[in-house]
Design a protein around this ligand. Structure first.
Ligand code: GRF
Length: 217
C-alpha cells in the first residue's frame, strides 16, 4: 500500500510571517507535501497569525510576557506543540532563544531559517553587520537547530551579492525573497526522506553533506 499520509509540522513565528506564507503557498501548490498542523506565536499581534487563520490553520499565541523563566515558557510551548504530535518544528522568524530542554525533546527535528551565510553573523542585525564588514556576499541559511545559537549544521544557503549602494533595508528585502525560495525546498527534501540529520551531520541521498547546498541568486 502506498503511504500518502503527509508529514506534519508546527510552525513558530513572531512577526510578519512572510516565510510562513511562502510555505503555505508551497503546500497549496503541491511543491511541499507537508501538513501545517498549527502556527504558534509568542506575540499576539504577529501578522503571520492572520495569514494562518485565513487558511484555517489552528493558531495559538503563548505570550512570553506571562512567564518569568525561559524554561517555564518552553515547557508551556512544548505542552501545546505535543497536542499536534508534529514530525517537525519549523522556526520561521521565531524571535526567541529555545532552551536545551526544548531542543532535546525534538533533537534533529527543529529547523530554522537565519538571514546570513552561517557561520557568519549569528544573532541579530545580520544585514547591517555584513555591510559594515564590507562582505561581498550575504544571504540566508536553513539549518538544524542545536543547543548552540544559530550554530547547528546548515542544510542549504542562498547567496546574494552585496551592491555598493545597499543599505540594510534593500539588502534584507533581497535576502528575504531568497528565504522564501529555499525554505520550502529544504522542507520538501526532509519530508521526502531524502535529507536526514544523524550524528550531527546532514545526509542527502545517504551521502554526508560536506557543505551546505548552495543556491546563488
Ligand atoms: C527572516 O528574515 C528570518 O530569516 C528571520 O526572521 C525573519 C522573519 O521574517 N529568522 P518573516 O516573519 O518570515 O517575514
Amino acid at each position: 500500500m502506498i503511504n500518502t499520509i503527509n508529514k506534519t509540522a508546527v510552525i513558530l513565528i513572531s512577526g510578519s510571517g512572510s516565510n510562513l506564507k511562502a510555505l503555505i503557498d508551497a503546500v497549496k501548490n503541491n511543491e511541499l507535501k507537508l501538513t501545517i498542523s498549527a502556527v504558534i506565536s509568542n506575540i499576539d499581534t504577529a501578522k503571520g497569525l492572520i495569514k494562518a487563520e485565513k487558511e484555517a490553520i489552528p493558531t495559538i499565541c503563548i505570550s512570553h510576557k506571562e512567564f518569568s523563566k525561559r524554561i517555564s515558557y518552553d515547557r508551556a510551548l512544548l505542552k501545546e506543540i505535543e497536542k499536534y504530535k508534529p514530525d517537525y518544528i519549523v522556526l520561521a522568524g521565531f524571535m526567541r532563544i529555545l532552551t536545551p530542554y526544548f531542543i532535546n525533546q525534538y533533537e534533529g527535528l527543529i529547523v530554522n531559517i537565519h538571514p546570513s551565510l552561517l557561520p557568519k553573523f549569528p544573532g541579530l542585525n545580520t544585514h547591517q553587520r555584513a555591510i559594515d564588514d564590507k562582505e561581498k556576499w550575504h544571504g540566508c541559511s536553513v539549518h538544524v537547530v542545536t543547543e548552540e545559537l544559530d550554530g547547528g549544521p546548515s542544510i542549504m544557503q542562498a547567496k546574494v551579492s552585496i551592491n555598493d549602494d545597499d543599505d540594510a533595508i534593500t539588502l534584507s528585502s533581497r535576502v528575504l525573497k531568497t528565504e522564501h525560495k529555499i525554505y520550502k525546498k529544504v522542507l520538501q527534501l526532509l519530508v521526502s526522506g531524502k535529507l536526514e540529520y544523524k550524528n550531527n551531520d546532514i545526509w542527502l541521498n545517504k551521502k554526508r553533506l560536506k557543505r551546505p547546498i548552495e543556491m546563488i541568486f
